[in-house]
Design a protein around this ligand. Sequence first.
Ligand code: NIG
Ligand code: FE
Length: 411
Amino acid sequence: MTGANESSRLLVRGIAQLASPAGTHAPLRERSLGEVDVLEDAYVLCEDGLVAAVGPMRELPKLDGDVEDLDARGMCAIPGLVDCHTHACFGGDRVEEFSLRAAGAGYEELHAAGGGILSTVRATREAGHEGLREAVRRHRGWMLAAGTTTFEAKSGYGLDREHEIASLEAIRDEGGIATFLGPHAVPPELDDADEYVDFLLAEVVPEAARVAEAADVFVERGAFDVEQARRYLWACGEAGLVLRLHGDQFTELGAVPLAVEIGARSVDHLEATGEAGISILAASGVVGVLLPASALFLDRPMPQARSMVEAGAAIALATDFNPGSSFCESLPIVCSLACTQLHLSPAEALSACTVNAAYVLGRADRAGRVAPGYTADLVLLDAPDWRYLPYHLAGPVVGAVVQGGRVAWRR
Ligand code: NIG
Ligand code: FE
């Protein structure tokens, strides 16, 4: 998302608490993951889309010329949230499947029967290029209202050349960071995963690499195995894409060692990752992206986040927003789940969906903190303490969102 307002100034004044992850490093691990600087009665001055200055109100310099004022008395501020894992480009919905699951049907079972992801593939192909753009625009609006100012979204519901590329273009054109997830499922017109990987490498990756920043693959039984993922990711790396994987969602098939071997930026899900996988992850530069809304939505075990942090792994949090396994675009809710289900502290949760998520997206130098030189993205919380972000479960905590130095959303 961009929203830089050229040659403009916005002064956010009287912020009860300004909370931003400490330091300048990324990704944050261990103790530093939980270190958040809190400044009371603060101001943030935004200039030309960037943070120009931050400080206590009593040190606010006299400002000459035009400055728009935003009174934040009684509110707290945090960095604009960064959602580093969504599937926000899709047609249709899965409300029928949701009802079936509520009555006991299994997610993998529905997929194996040609429903699940494949039903969204049918709806996505029917949506048309403009329909896909509209879908991303609508979903982006929901995310913004929940405090997300930077979002990633994956293709993966087109599964043919035309609709994979159209999905990536819709994401990019609507301000998202596009990830090519061609190998999300084997398309209905093919029955062999190897044949589909061959097709993707020959026919889609070269063009996808011009639109997307990263490549992703769903490593799972019934989807793609480690050998197929290695072949695909290796070629995507050659094409200049950052590498990511969906791994250990239901079964530990070796996605974590593969992520380390190929130098992936992240391995995402990790609900099924055991002790050995956690050690391998912790000793690597790969970020574990945790998606507790997805585990909750599917009634699956939560990832072992506490063990990962204690072992020294870098973790990030994201929504996994999609129509099937996580119809939830709210990072504040994800932060609540992180504290109550993953046993992270509010500060660890905040760092994980700001600095560390920005790192996953290659933007830690400009997103994820409220500090001079960073993009002026901030969330104003309608709360007396910034920790209401996770504390007020599904509450109306987001009061306003500043994006690129202008007010992009207000309650
Ligand atoms: O990350 N697990 C694979 N892909 C998505 C879900 C896709 C869907 O159900 O439509 C996920 O959970
Ligand atoms: Fe996902």
